[in-house]
Design a protein around this ligand. Structure first.
Ligand SMILES: C[S@@+](CC[C@H](N)C(=O)[O-])C[C@H]1O[C@@H](n2cnc3c(N)ncnc32)[C@H](O)[C@@H]1O
Length: 276
């Protein structure tokens, strides 16, 4: 986990640059298109309303917060990497009033004019006010969390009874084969945590078990990226029209019982179990 903090503290500027370059480049980029579809899906599943209090856990440089601000006036974000949070302020949302604070309750009361409130905080030691947020999100974060069940318990502990947590997580059986190859390299001792970002993957069965143990109930479980995760297929997606066709097919196939086992990304919406 500290590995993720160090990695993102070191590479926050590259992260900003990477997404800016993809946004600006004239040649079509299938990975960028798919990433936008993932964000859209999370936001659609979150059903954010104008006055909802929304927080992204692991907000990074603020790319999801930027989209959220189109739906609601004020957003909250946490991240284990203080450098990533600084990039929200000086890069992605530099035109907004962004406050980085140590305590959300205090900052929320003190900075009524802030559009973005940020707090350095890791999901494994979550320090959020209880029963405060209507929607909680994590996009491309949980794959860097080793103690996932504990992280989900932490989220459940601060959720309101009627709130939702929507997150993405990478399937171990992804058709990209990346998780399988990474895990084999890890077993063989070929992953160097000093140089490389550690990653953790789930199966549908394991994530459902972690959620149940954390007292969370699945409201919606979508699977994405059966085709988009395949480098060979991505190579042939040269423009928007082709991407849209493949995306439609991807959506249909990723939802099928057997093929869905090889989807790349699970997007899951959960609520607190009534028995809690
Ligand atoms: C791939 S980036 C995604 C950032 C943002 N959600 C987005 O979609 O652009 C992963 C982010 O997760 C953060 N992260 C990793 N482990 C975390 C943890 N245990 N708690 C909170 N944030 C974490 C990293 O610092 C990084 O900013």
């Amino acid at each position: 986990m500290e590995n993720a903090k160090e990695y993102y503290d070191k590479t926050s500027r590259e992260y900003v640059q990477k997404w800016q370059d993809m946004d600006r480049q004239s040649t079509f980029n299938a990975s960028f298109y798919f990433r936008k579809k993932i964000m859209e899906t999370v936001l659609e599943m979150a059903r954010v309303e104008k006055n909802d209090r929304v927080v992204e856990l692991g907000c990074g440089t603020g790319l999801v917060l930027r989209e959220l601000l189109k739906k609601t006036g004020r957003v909250f974000g946490t991240d284990i990497s203080p450098e990533m949070l600084k990039r929200v302020q000086d890069s992605t949302l530099k035109d907004k009033k962004v406050v980085i604070a140590e305590n959300f309750l205090e900052a929320d009361a003190r900075h009524r004019d802030a559009e973005v409130l940020l707090m350095p905080n890791g999901i494994s030691k979550l320090d959020l006010p209880k029963n405060y947020f209507d929607k909680m999100l994590s996009v491309e974060v949980l794959r860097y969390v080793d103690d996932l069940e504990n992280a989900l318990c932490n989220v459940a502990a601060v959720m309101k009874m009627d709130s939702r947590y929507i997150f993405t997580i990478t399937n171990f059986w992804s058709s990209s084969l990346f998780p399988v190859k990474f895990s084999i390299r890890k077993i063989l001792g070929l992953v160097n945590p000093q140089k490389e970002l550690l990653q953790y993957f789930v199966t549908e069965r394991s994530i459902r078990r972690y959620l149940k143990n954390a007292g969370l109930e699945v409201v919606e479980f979508r699977k994405m990226g059966l085709l988009f995760a395949k480098p060979l297929i991505k190579k042939f997606i040269k423009n928007q029209a082709a991407a849209e066709k493949i995306y439609k097919l991807d959506k249909a196939l990723s939802g099928k019982p057997i093929l869905g086992k090889f989807a790349d990304t699970f997007v899951v919406a959960v609520k607190k179990s009534a028995s809690l």
